[in-house]
Ligand binder design. Structure first.
Ligand code: ASP
Length: 327
């Protein structure tokens, strides 16, 4: 049997980290060393290992990820069957969703990392890498967009969130649960997601988009300044199902008349409402004032989709269309 050809791209993260002279752990290992340390991988796939970056994931830029998407698309054109992206867990929920939005086609892309350093007791990196390869090699992974695996769970990029600072089980999909698991060395999908519309890589990286969390008693002063600071759009994490204090509502309407304002929720998960609360600052009021609901996307993920929709300028209709499939 011919094994699938899988591209392993390492960007850094704890999975590549070992202690340096300063005593802390830093990203030092590359994809080739990680792959070489797991002999079982040779029975799963023919692997080409590349290490375009060795960064802690808080230092990954959106431009870095657009370049990764371009490299993955090129590899698929050249005959690779799947890709595994290795990176730090701090930003996996964002990078995976950005890749989900950017990489076209049905071939599997699986993102993984580790919560424990490469030489820590109980390091989870090797198990996660082997799981990622098994998922990427599975015919069942086709056509589901970008997947994320840690701790033997299989998540969809659009639902997965980092829920804990340190446990190997830090990743959950709180809205839906995982799609499946790795058990007895096999990827088992118990449910499927369909692909969402793709946004072309060729348009380049998104412009900067601020993400602002609303708290009790927040005033609109910072928000009011955003259009004059050059921002072309903003995501707001409102309270509950998408609400702000009454006195902020007119400010929000004023900003939404100038640039697209997307309304997400500061709650961990759940849809933004559109037709329930009628008070000033409630979602009905804000939507009437021109805000665009983020649907089920978290603020972090909504910010990425808004950024891609803004690449050809602040067009409210284009942003509304981009968010439609997520309502
Ligand atoms: N701070 C690390 C990073 O995101 C955490 C990790 O990889 O788990 O690079």
């Amino acid at each position: 049997m011919t094994l699938p050809r899988i591209l392993f791209l390492s960007l850094g993260g704890t999975i590549t980290m070992v202690p340096d002279a300063g005593g802390g752990i830093t990203p030092q290992l590359g994809a080739a060393e990680l792959v070489a340390s797991i002999p079982e991988l040779a029975r799963v796939a023919q692997i080409e290992a590349r290490s375009p970056m060795r960064l802690p994931s808080p230092s990954l830029s959106l431009e870095n990820l657009v370049n990764v998407a371009a490299e993955v698309e090129q590899a698929f054109r050249q005959g690779f069957d799947a890709a595994v992206v290795i990176q730090g867990t701090d930003t996996i929920e964002e990078s995976a969703f950005l890749l989900d939005l950017l990489v076209g086609g049905d071939k599997p892309v699986v993102v993984t990392g580790a919560m424990r350093g490469a030489d820590a007791p109980g390091a989870d990196g090797p198990a996660n890498l082997l799981a990622a390869a098994r998922i990427a090699a599975s015919p069942d992974a086709h056509g589901q967009g970008v997947l994320v695996t840690l701790n033997y769970d299989i998540h969809s990029a659009r639902f997965v969130q980092k829920m804990h600072t340190t446990h190997p089980s830090a990743f959950e999909s709180p809205l839906t649960g995982p799609l499946g698991v790795i058990a007895e060395g096999r990827a088992r999908f118990y449910t499927r997601v369909t692909r969402m519309p793709c946004h072309p890589v060729a348009l380049g990286p998104p412009p900067p988009v601020p993400l602002i969390k609303i708290a009790m008693g927040t005033q609109g002063r910072l928000l009011a300044a955003l259009p004059d600071l050059g921002y072309q759009g903003v995501v707001l994490e409102g309270l509950g199902a998408g609400h702000v204090p009454a006195e902020m509502a007119p400010v929000m309407g004023e900003i939404a008349s100038r640039i697209p304002v997307v309304l997400a929720s500061r709650c961990t998960t759940g849809p933004v409402f559109t037709s329930t609360y009628g008070y000033p600052g409630g979602e009905i009021d804000l939507i009437k004032r021109g805000l665009i609901p983020a649907g089920f996307l978290s603020g972090l993920k909504a910010r990425l989709l808004l950024g891609l929709a803004l690449r050809s300028g602040p067009d409210h209709a284009k942003v509304r269309n981009a968010f439609e499939p997520y309502q």
